[in-house]
Design a protein around this ligand. Structure first.
Ligand code: 6GU
Length: 225
């Protein structure tokens, strides 16, 4: 998978993605990351990429020209799935992460200020994605969230010790509670069944706990079931 991120803050993206499992995935060649600061493409002699909105209103807008020229420079005009991070997008979830993980290449466009001139969005954006119903100052954090969720679904990115398929959401439920040593901590004992070595009983207990936990914490997930 290759991720290309168009952003005014490439160092934020680089720093975030060169951490932990994503860092290992880049080093081992499962992921490729390119960042492009579209400020470098502006034709404005003062290096500006923003201007006032036609019709008035608060704040500044990013102009079409630097975004489009940066996009053409990184894609060479090829058709690439291009994601604009915006609170007006489809709310991101695990199903969308799986869908996007099938692509060989993705471009992420991160906006700032009050947004981006609509005309360049019409030209290049294939998917509008939000990471939830709240407003961030820019798309960078959202793009890292989406890239991280996709990365761990790519074969080879998670080692044998980190499993993707028993996690929360993969079966529409939250994950069951887990315990490690010691057996007793501050008078709290690990559930007996987990020490029994009886795999069928353990599996049954975990399924029950998953369902219970989902009912308590995220009953909305059960509505569609
Ligand atoms: Cl993708 N961008 C911004 N700026 N705010 C958001 C968001 C994205 N998702 C939720 N809030």
């Amino acid at each position: 998978m290759k991720f290309t991120v168009l952003t005014l803050f490439p160092e934020f993206i680089e720093n975030s993605m060169h951490t932990s499992i994503c860092k290992r995935a880049i080093e081992n060649g499962y992921l490729e990351l390119e960042t492009c600061n579209f400020r470098e493409y502006t034709e404005n002699k003062n290096g500006r990429v923003d201007d006032y909105p036609y019709g008035g209103g608060a704040g500044m807008l990013i102009q079409a020209q630097p975004v489009y020229d940066a996009y053409m420079a990184v894609t060479g005009g090829r058709k690439v799935r291009t994601i604009y991070l915006t609170p007006q997008g489809e709310v991101f979830n695990q199903a969308k992460a799986h869908e996007l993980a099938e692509e060989e290449e993705l471009v992420f466009l991160c906006g700032h200020y009050e947004g981006i001139d609509e005309r360049v969005l019409e030209e290049i954006v294939t998917d509008n994605i939000s990471i939830g119903d709240y407003v961030l100052t820019g798309g960078e954090i959202a793009s890292v969230v989406v890239m991280d969720a996709i990365s761990r679904l790519i074969p080879g990115v998670l080692g044998n010790h980190d499993s993707a398929d028993t996690e929360s959401f993969e079966n529409g439920l939250l994950e069951y509670p887990q315990y490690t040593r010691p057996e007793i901590w501050r008078d709290k004992k690990v559930p007996e069944v987990l020490l029994s070595g009886h795999h069928a009983n353990i599996e049954k207990w975990r399924q029950e706990q998953s369902l219970l936990r989902t009912k308590e914490r995220r009953p909305d997930l059960l509505d569609g079931q």
